[in-house]
Design a protein. Structure first.
Lengths: 215, 53
């Protein structure tokens, strides 16, 4: 039987790791340089993606679509029937590659979106999903005990409010359309968009209030 | 789908830890953003659209 020297193994392990930069930032930098060197990545590609994310996509796009649907009945009907078209009509959708369904909250219905398989999310339309959306806790429990999960987010529902949970796939993703808050009659679309939060478009936030928004 | 990836409804998980992510920021460190952008680029290469990268 071969001898096993745990101290020697620990030493080799440490030695191997000592060649890697300790900070994740440095590792990412090293990886980026390597990809550029191998011709898989142009030098400015990462910056371009990030500019695109910062300038063109993000929760505020969803907020604009929702605000428009609050003030324009025809647009609300487009959003109900063909949500991707609604985004396209406002010039906010590039490409796509999946179907988008908008699900509407009401006094008696609350919608919640999850991806139990992985992390499907309308990223190119409303930006990055929050890290908890990808967590095992959320993915497993959103379908087993949605009311419990909602309470953890501070959403307390009366017993007669029905909860509908929508499980996303890479082919079909969802956006929740929250209810327009009372007392916002006469508000401009921009003001209304300012009320819509990222979490309200996932369904972990229900009652919108002034000052909460993503726009 | 019935695989190890499908954890919908699986029991035994604790509370959703969302509080550290309530500020709606997509990334909290620059390297996270760059790692994400690299993944998106490699995804595009894999799908046969290397021109975006």
């Amino acid at each position: 039987m071969a001898s096993y020297d745990s101290e020697k193994v620990a030493h080799i392990h440490k030695e191997l790791h000592s060649h890697l930069p300790p900070e994740p930032g440095l590792r990412v930098k090293a990886l980026e340089s390597l990809l550029v060197e191998k011709g898989l990545l142009k030098t400015d590609a990462v910056d371009k993606w990030l500019d695109n994310l910062a300038e063109k996509i993000g929760p505020k796009n969803g907020a604009r679509v929702i605000a428009r649907s609050w003030v324009t009945p025809e647009f609300e009907s487009t959003l109900r029937n063909n949500a991707m078209k609604a985004f396209k009509d406002l010039g906010l959708a590039e490409g796509g590659g999946y179907e988008l369904k908008a699900v509407f909250n009401s006094d008696t219905v609350h919608n919640l979106v999850v991806c139990t398989l992985c992390s499907c999310y309308p990223l190119r339309l409303i930006g990055m999903s929050p890290s908890w959306y990808k967590s095992n806790e959320y993915r497993a429990r959103a379908v087993r005990e949605p009311r419990g999960v909602l309470e953890e987010f501070g959403v307390k529902l009366d017993g007669d409010v029905e909860v509908r949970v929508w499980d996303s796939t890479s082919e079909r993703r969802y956006i929740v359309v929250p209810q327009r808050p009372a007392g916002t009659e006469g508000w401009s679309e921009d003001q209304l968009a300012g009320l819509v939060t990222r979490n309200s478009m996932i369904g972990t936030h229900r009652d919108l209030r002034s000052g909460d928004g993503a726009a | 789908m019935d695989t190890v990836h499908d954890i919908g409804g699986r029991q035994g998980f604790g509370p959703v830890r969302w509080q550290h992510d309530h500020d709606e920021m997509a990334f909290h460190e620059e390297w996270q953003a760059r790692a994400w952008a690299m993944c998106m680029c490699m995804f595009a290469v894999w799908r046969g659209n290397p021109e975006v990268c």
